[in-house]
Design a protein around this ligand. Sequence first.
Ligand code: ATP
Ligand code: MG
Length: 177
Amino acid sequence: MGCREKGFVVWLTGLPGSGKSTIGKRLADVIRSLGRRVEYLDGDLVRPWLSPEAGFTREDRVRHLTRVAYVSHLLARNGVVVVAAFVSPYRDVRDRARELIGDFVEVYVKCPLEVCIERDPKGLYKRALAGEIKHMTGLDDPYEEPLNPEVVIDTSILGVDECVDRILDYLRSGGYL
Ligand SMILES: Nc1ncnc2c1ncn2[C@@H]1O[C@H](COP(=O)(O)OP(=O)(O)OP(=O)(O)O)[C@@H](O)[C@H]1O
Ligand SMILES: [Mg+2]
């Protein structure tokens, strides 16, 4: 009980390599196993469909994230739980997503830049540091930390399961689950 079966959005934001996808996928699986309808939206999978023309300038990122926010809104208002994993580096875009969506749980997937660079799961930092790509968040593009996120998880300290549990705890105590 206590489950209002209302849609909501868990928005994971953080530096590349911080752990958004790793945590987001796991979180989506757990919520699905509770019997909820869940859509997992991941930057890597969604971008080619919603914003195939987009690069990584501020303007392009804002346009892309605005589309993602709108799709998340459509899903959530139809009872779907959305888990969204996007670097989403700009505070104002995240705030506008929050305004549009309402039931919005911002999770700051926090991790020191040095640790992200060490992990470098996609080799993007390496390429950026070699000067092969531009607009790399954390290097030559800004990341604006959330000021008032619902949840902060430091993935350089906590294990993946612990991170997922922290988010689940918040969702339960907030009446989302
Ligand atoms: N507590 C943790 N939570 C999440 N990932 C962790 C944690 N500890 C170590 N890792 C590792 O860190 C890496 C995070 O990569 P992941 O692809 O999830 O990052 P990301 O934030 O989705 O990056 P990107 O923005 O480039 O998509 C993985 O290799 C994962 O195994
Ligand atoms: Mg990812």
